[in-house]
Design a protein around this ligand. Structure first.
Ligand code: DOR
Ligand code: ZN
Length: 343
């Protein structure tokens, strides 16, 4: 198979940042994806519908002419989020509300320390059919960074599913075999996104033979056996697993730093990277469900009606892209990619 035609895919988890950086991020996401769920972890965070709609306008100004890219906006859940705010969000077609456990990751300081303080918002989300999107890592001090996802499943997600029996939840960017199993066993209202980098890389890639800051993200890369379980799940044809790049650019100077930021910029070749992973699994024919169908179905949105073409072709990305006053290094900069999206 040297060419694949897919229903236009969507990205169900992306960081587009703000200001002049949108000039870099938006065109790359719009190149591959019809829609994208845009993360609200700006500084300060997007906590109100008003802020989300203003952010959406700023994003739309950077969509290339003739491109129909649609940003789907999210709110950042805090312990102060009211039921009224959730009602506004639902009325304004906000697509979801993001839970960042406080201090778990980039710009999560305003996040949630104790989920029980969010009962009003969560109950209202359940009524309004507004999905909760979760960064699933436990934040209790002392938990090993490699165990944070698994501990979150037991201590937080299990009880949450019971407390809100009709709440739709997306467990974002899962990284472990344990999370795959948890999602499989849960009712259909729980789904998960999987990134291209977690399908292609493991923690040896991050740490062996020198520390690779451009492979550092959160949740951190795990064992090879976890990567294999993720690839199996993504390519299994189960509608519970769908595409979310978590493309998360940081300036090169913030990555190549004594205290480097977490985040991997995959947007410039996102679909190509997924195709490479699916080919590895021998299930390229399952890429379309994962990339183009299951996310839309879960969110209750129509599947896209246009198509895209991927061709087997060697090409490479540049070493870096301009990024506001800085530059940003994409995943797989200058190395050969095996698939190319025809634009
Ligand atoms: O690696 C990550 N980067 N993980 C996250 O959860 C946040 C993201 C970011 O915003 O940089
Ligand atoms: Zn993210």
């Amino acid at each position: 198979m040297d060419e694949i035609i897919l229903t236009q895919p969507d990205d169900w988890h992306v960081h587009l940042r703000d200001g002049e950086r949108l000039a870099t991020t938006v065109p790359y996401s719009a190149r591959s994806f019809g829609r994208a769920i845009v993360m609200p972890n700006l500084h300060p965070p997007v906590t109100t519908t008003r802020q989300a709609l203003a952010y959406r306008d700023r994003i739309l100004r950077h969509v290339p002419p003739g491109n129909a890219f649609e940003p789907l906006m999210t709110l950042y859940l805090t312990e102060m989020t009211t039921g009224r705010e959730i009602e506004h969000a639902a009325a304004a077609a906000i697509a979801g509300v993001k839970l960042y456990p406080a201090r778990a990751t980039t710009h999560s300081e305003a996040g949630v320390s104790d989920l029980r303080r969010c009962d009003e918002a969560l109950a209202c989300m359940q009524e309004q059919h507004l999905p909760l999107l979760i960064h699933g890592e436990a934040i209790t001090p002392g938990i090993d960074i490699f165990d944070r996802e698994t501990v979150f499943l037991e201590r937080e997600l299990g009880p949450l599913l019971q407390r809100y029996p009709r709440l739709k939840i997306v467990l974002e960017h899962i990284t472990t075999a344990a999370a795959v199993e948890f999602v499989r066993q849960a009712p259909p209202r729980l789904a998960a996104t999987i990134t291209a980098h977690h399908l292609l890389l493991n923690r040896n890639d991050l740490l062996l033979g020198g520390l690779r800051p451009h492979y550092y993200c959160l949740p951190v890369l795990k064992r090879e056996s976890d990567r294999e379980a993720l690839l199996e799940a993504a390519s299994s044809g189960s509608p519970k697993f769908f595409l979310g790049t978590d493309s998360a650019p940081h300036a090169q100077s913030a990555k190549e730093n004594a205290c480097g930021c977490a985040g991997i910029f995959t947007a410039p070749a996102a679909l190509e990277l997924y195709a490479e992973a699916f080919e590895q699994s021998g299930r390229l024919s399952h890429l379309e469900g994962f990339a183009s169908h299951f996310g839309a179905d879960f969110y209750g949105l129509p599947r896209n009606s246009t198509t895209v073409r991927l061709r087997r072709e060697s090409w490479s990305l540049p070493a870096a892209y301009p990024y506001g006053p800085d530059v940003v290094v994409p995943l797989r900069a200058t190395s050969t990619l095996r698939w190319r999206l025809l634009c």
